[in-house]
Design a binder for this molecule. Structure first.
Ligand code: NAP
Length: 475
């Protein structure tokens, strides 16, 4: 029997009379339904958030912090239940689902701390010859209703990255989760209500991107849109949003370089986790491994040996490493890209044959930069190993991408590490790690097609405030 979830608007749990089915991504079985809203109900949710803002903007910092802190505690208390939901709705293996639960709690804790240190600055007005005898300072104020639109692949933590800083700053939120993974957001709303969040401050509007997403993006009462998802949708949002703040966290075709002086055992182990966790459906999932020819054979051998140890299958199995793809369309897309690469001359070192909804860990060699598996975002458990002779040329290959989110470099040569830091056109350079490293208080975001702005609690929060300048004339 499927569990029926209602949606949460203006502090009320609503059965809207319409719903979508949520499938277990491994078995295909419908395990839940969630009430959906239309454009008019989305507008009503935005009105509720706007009304709640009138009082919540003055809510004291210590009380906002308390709600966020309590939210973190309640997420951990219900950790196993939430992880089981993430396993089913997103198809994410149990250990990575538990990991997401823990990270989400940390995101809320960081936000609780940031709520208490949001402050402005004094300005030495008399630095100008026209500014004598004036006192000047600025404060940071919440901006109003934040429209948050989130993807399927981290259904709790990427929601946390929008909701927690918004509330830390005193904003109110209308949240549209991905239609394939809405339950984590519903549970979060339940938790935040229990944690004491006033009604109307968080509203969850479940429904399609075209209807609900558009209704949020186009509504002038939303003062900021914070979006995480694909570059195509991000670009449409940017064009439609009008005069409001927009943050876009988009895709990548992440690369990592392996120099011969690195610890190859450690590098190979990290590369395997980075390429295949969450079936490669991570924005910083490792997709291109550039390996110095001097260590190509050794690295490839170590890497493939570890890939063969991965346990593939039902994400609810506690020892599963790689679960299903999010849907049949995505499975068919990546299968087509791999087949096309092979037809163009790539060699399959392992994988390449789907089993039910699971696409196996797949490693390609003999690829070219023009193949889709290299130049587009695979968002699947497919990685390519590419040899290089010259470090500078390898950095240029990384930069030849349309994307620029994060990159990794394994080397113990400080000069090469610093050269990479200087020359890589990305939002984050991970030395002696892969492109895939992230903890939730770091500034995070990309250059080029990877997006606009930065998340990571403090940085998201800054962009969810307006500066108000205050001048006191003592002349
Ligand atoms: P997606 O298809 O772009 O969907 C993301 C969200 O946008 C969903 O809630 C979707 O709703 C909504 N949406 C779709 N069309 C819309 C429209 N016209 N207007 C407004 N909203 C609309 O992305 P996804 O497949 O869920 O996620 C994968 C992508 O996200 C990858 O490219 C990945 O790299 C990126 N990502 C980036 C980061 C980062 O931090 N940089 C993190 C994670 C993922 P529906 O579900 O109803 O279609």
């Amino acid at each position: 029997m499927a569990t029926a979830y209602r949606t949460y608007i203006n502090g009320e749990w609503l059965d809207t009379g319409r719903s979508l089915e949520v499938h277990n991504k491994f078995s295909g079985a419908v395990f839940a339904t969630v009430a959906t809203v239309d454009a008019a109900q989305t507008a009503a949710a935005i009105d509720a958030a706007a009304a709640a803002f009138a009082t919540f903007r003055k809510y004291p910092a210590h009380r906002r912090a308390q709600i966020l802190e309590r939210t973190a505690e309640l997420i951990l208390e219900r950790g196993e239940e939430i992880a089981a939901i993430i396993c089913q709705e997103a198809g994410k293996a149990w250990k990575f689902s538990m990991n997401e639960v823990q990270r989400s709690a940390e995101t809320f804790k960081f936000a609780a701390e940031e709520a208490k240190r949001l402050h402005g600055e004094t300005i030495p007005v008399d630095a100008s010859c026209f500014g004598e005898n004036r006192v000047g300072y600025f404060i940071k104020e919440p901006i109003g209703v934040i429209g948050a639109i989130t993807p399927f692949n981290f259904p709790l933590n990427l929601v946390a990255h929008k909701v927690a800083p918004a509330i830390a700053a005193g904003n109110t939120v209308v949240l549209k989760p991905a239609s394939s993974t809405p339950i984590s957001s519903i549970i979060l709303a339940e938790i935040m209500a229990l944690a004491g969040l006033p009604k109307g401050v968080l509203n969850v509007t479940v429904g399609s991107g075209g209807t609900v997403g558009d209704a949020i993006v186009l509504n002038p009462k939303c003062k900021k849109i914070t979006f995480t998802g694909s570059p195509g949708v991000g670009e449409q949002i940017m064009k439609k949003a009008g005069i409001k703040k927009v943050t876009l966290e988009l895709g990548n075709n992440s690369a990592t370089l392996i120099e011969a002086d690195a610890d190859l055992e450690k590098a190979a182990a990290r590369c395997v986790v980075s390429a295949f966790s969450n079936s490669g459906q991570v924005c910083i999932s490792l997709q291109r491994i550039y390996v110095n020819r001097a260590c190509l054979e050794r690295f490839t051998e170590l890497f493939l040996a570890k890939v063969k140890q991965l346990k593939v299958g039902d994400p609810l199995d506690r020892d599963c490493d790689v679960g299903p793809m999010i849907d049949a369309g995505e499975l068919a897309r990546i299968d087509g890209w791999v087949k096309e690469a092979v037809a163009q001359g790539a060699v399959l070192a392992c994988g390449g044959q789907a089993d039910g909804m699971v696409y196996p860990p797949t490693v390609l060699t003999n690829v070219t930069e023009e193949m889709k598996v290299m130049c587009l975002e695979t968002f699947a458990p497919v990685v390519s190993i590419v040899p290089y002779d010259d470090f500078t040329t390898a950095l240029e290959c990384v930069n030849s991408s349309d994307f620029g989110l994060q990159a990794g470099v394994y080397t113990n040569d400080i000069n090469k590490a610093l050269q990479a830091v200087d020359d890589l056109d990305v939002g984050g350079v991970m030395i002696n790690d892969t492109a895939t490293f992230r903890v939730d208080h770091l500034p995070y975001g990309g250059n080029k097609l990877s997006g606009l702005g930065r998340e990571g609690v403090r940085f998201a929060l800054e962009d969810m405030t307006n500066i108000k300048m205050v001048m006191i004339n003592r002349n």
